[in-house]
Design a protein around this ligand. Structure first.
Ligand SMILES: [Zn+2]
Length: 69
């Protein structure tokens, strides 16, 4: 199943840790923040404690801002 950006519906990589494309991610969070979010998501996934399915909502709610601070 191909993933799609929740904002613009363009296809994104299946292994992408966020449900938005580069363009929208940068638009929503800013380039630095988006990179930081992806980095922290990747770290979480590498540790195996990423909650599948709740990732997007948490990020959208700005929950990751607290982590990145
Ligand atoms: Zn997009």
């Amino acid at each position: 199943m191909a993933k799609k950006c929740v904002y613009c519906n363009s296809a994104i990589a299946d292994d992408s840790v966020v449900d938005v494309c580069e363009k929208c991610g940068i638009m929503v969070w800013g380039e630095k923040m988006f990179k930081a979010i992806k980095d922290s998501m990747n770290n979480a996934r590498n540790k195996g404690d990423l909650f599948q399915g709740s990732v997007c909502e948490t990020a959208m709610d700005g929950g990751y801002r607290d982590i990145i601070k």
